[in-house]
Design a binder for this molecule. Sequence first.
Ligand code: HH2
Length: 289
Amino acid sequence: MIWRCCDVSYDLSERVLVMGILNVTPDSLSDGARWLDPAAAAARAHELLAQGADIIDLGAESTRPGSAAVPADEQWRRLEPLLERLAAERPDAVVSCDTRDAVVAERALAAGARIVNDVSALSDPRMAAVCAAAGAGLVLMHMRGTPETMQADTHYDDVVGEVSTHLAERTARARAAGVVGEAIAWDPGIGFGKSAEGSLELLARGIGPLRSASGRPVLVGASRKSFLARLTGGVGPSADRVPESLAAATIAVLEGASILRVHDVAETVKAAKVAVATRDVQRRNPTRA
Ligand code: HH2
């Protein structure tokens, strides 16, 4: 299963990619306000790459529950100096831009990003054409509503089926605008308009069906999310959720995920190695009843 991201192609039949999160926002859930200075953000990107990140996911807009949209110009003001530095210092590094705005995606791709991570799965009508023109990788994530409204109703009769139907419809839209199938990855959108139970259900029994339904790699973003703390009684800061996040990453790989979007890269790289080796043994020798 190939994932095509501009001039980079990943064979994700067996390999798992670790995508390191770098939010240049004042208010992101876990790393808000830490990387507002472009020099500090670039140093963090270098650190994530040294820890084994395959991709750096740059976000300039928090999408935590209840958050308001950030204007495209403000997103770009935050992103531009960092993208410029990375293009100069590490042109080989694969950068993804976490944005819902086509104009931001377009500028980021022109500045060297190779992937667009769209948590709204094409809410901007120009987004698919922008990605198609650049040949960019495109992550289509499921969310019901917007970050501002998404937790108002988290009921689903069949969360896996509804996510799958929604992403299939958005994939058809992307393909109609010229995005090649090999550029697309699916993401169930853990925590986006989901109850803690819904997020757990997607992790536990959603990944395989989404991968089969799409024939595309599945990205999972469970890192430090609150549904994990609900399971462990954790009330502390999200940075304390590393063990929970590693457990979720391991489960995601065993369930068939190909891309892990995480804050704790060094730890996840190791956990993913164990999970991938385990999954390979399982694939070669399926358990007999
Ligand atoms: N989760 C967040 C942001 N972007 N993108 C994808 N594809 N999948 C996710 O699960 C996902 C995402 C939210 O996490 P974080 O970046 O830590 O927080 P914030 O939105 O507050 O910046």
